[in-house]
Ligand binder design. Structure first.
Ligand SMILES: Nc1ncnc2c1ncn2[C@@H]1O[C@H](COP(=O)(O)OP(=O)(O)OP(=O)(O)O)[C@@H](O)[C@H]1O
Ligand SMILES: O=P(O)(O)OC[C@H]1O[C@](O)(CO)[C@@H](O)[C@@H]1O
Ligand SMILES: [Mg+2]
Length: 319
């Protein structure tokens, strides 16, 4: 293997730059050239490809976002578009590819492997929704950002004795909501994976105020319901004042935490080692604090299992 390519795809995640740096420097240290591909699969097909050096990734580890840029490019689901991507890989002499992204990006990586190009996926997504990894690059930073935002919301909620329904990201996965809910001492966590009863939540919030609480915080995962709608439903059963707040894309930005930088570095270096062994069609993960890999295909039959004990823990602690 002489040359590998690297791209970031899907929603950006803090720590992607650290992963790009680790892939690049590990490859260069092993005598392999590295090509950066801008704008995910869209840039691959368009041939937006450039040679990277050790300097290209200097001063990037602390930066949020992805300096290779990202894209959602649904056209890549079509075989003829994938074949155009393969043409570009051939044209640039790229023997294998590292894809940093979420589950959707893994589908693209698998397609490339099936067309004869070894591709390895690194879990880069704030959602933490990928099977066979306890942890995705960007999740920790996003949780910390959301936690800090909710701490601020709690200040104003307390001053006005209000309930706030705070919508956090995660697409169909409740991991951000569960972790942030516990970390902010939320009165309720609402996630797509667990049934909920709005009337019961409203009763608990009322009881909280009756017990002397000065605020009510509901952390709502975006995959459940619109925050305004949830707040309106709550108000059917509660006589408190309430507001809805959507944290949104701010959760994807910012300098990555130490944890995201370290895991991204470990995973990036590991991906190159797998490619050096001639392996492809794999997804890298971190399970029980150990680097692991699985066939990408196995991931599509599997389900991500969050730490649902946090959900129960929060119910006990919120009383
Ligand atoms: N079935 C598929 N076949 C080929 N390519 C795919 C497929 N699904 C997704 N992709 C490619 O991967 C890109 C990213 O997918 P998607 O938008 O689902 O984000 P993701 O990687 O899951 O990240 P996140 O969910 O964290 O934002 C798509 O825009 C498309 O280019
Ligand atoms: O950036 P977009 O395309 O609005 O996508 C938002 C989605 O991307 C994520 O931020 C990451 O997958 C999800 O949490 C969210 O549902
Ligand atoms: Mg996804």
């Amino acid at each position: 293997m002489k040359r590998i390519g690297i791209l970031t795809s899907g929603g950006d995640a803090p720590g992607m730059n650290a992963a790009i740096r680790a892939v690049t420097r590990t490859a260069l240290a092993n005598g392999i050239e590295v090509c950066g591909i801008r704008y995910g699969y869209a840039g691959l097909v368009a041939g937006d490809i450039f040679q990277m050096t050790s300097e290209t990734v200097a001063d990037k580890i602390s930066r949020g976002g992805t300096f290779l840029y990202s894209a959602r490019f649904p056209e890549f689901k079509e075989e003829e578009v994938q074949l155009k991507g393969i043409e570009q890989l051939k044209k640039h002499g790229i023997d294998a590819l590292v894809v940093i992204g979420g589950d959707g990006s893994y589908h693209g990586a698998l397609k490339l492997t099936r067309h004869g190009y070894n591709a390895i996926g690194l879990p880069g997504s704030i959602d933490n929704d990928i099977p066979y990894t306890d942890y995705t690059i960007g999740f920790d930073t996003a949780c910390n950002t959301a936690m800090e935002a909710i701490d601020k919301i709690r200040d104003t909620a307390t001053s006005h004795q209000r309930v706030f329904v705070v919508n956090v990201m995660g697409r169909d996965c409740g991991d951000i909501a569960m972790h942030v809910g516990v970390a902010t001492g939320a009165d309720a966590i609402v996630i797509p994976e667990e049934p909920f009863d709005i009337k019961e939540i409203a009763e608990n919030l009322k009881q909280g105020f009756a017990n002397g609480k000065k605020h009510g915080i509901v952390v709502l995962a975006e995959g459940v319901m619109d925050a305004e709608k949830f707040k309106d439903e709550l108000l059917k059963y509660g006589d408190f004042d309430a507001r809805a707040n959507v944290l949104g894309h701010m959760q994807r930005g910012g300098s990555p935490t130490m944890r995201d930088r370290v895991v991204a570095s470990e995973m990036g270096a590991y991906a190159v080692k797998l490619l050096l062994e001639g392996k492809g069609g794999l997804a890298v993960g971190m399970e029980n604090n150990k680097l692991t890999h699985h066939d990408i295909l196995d991931l599509f039959d599997a389900k991500h299992h969050g730490n649902y004990a946090l959900y129960s823990l929060n119910k006990d602690l919120a009383k």
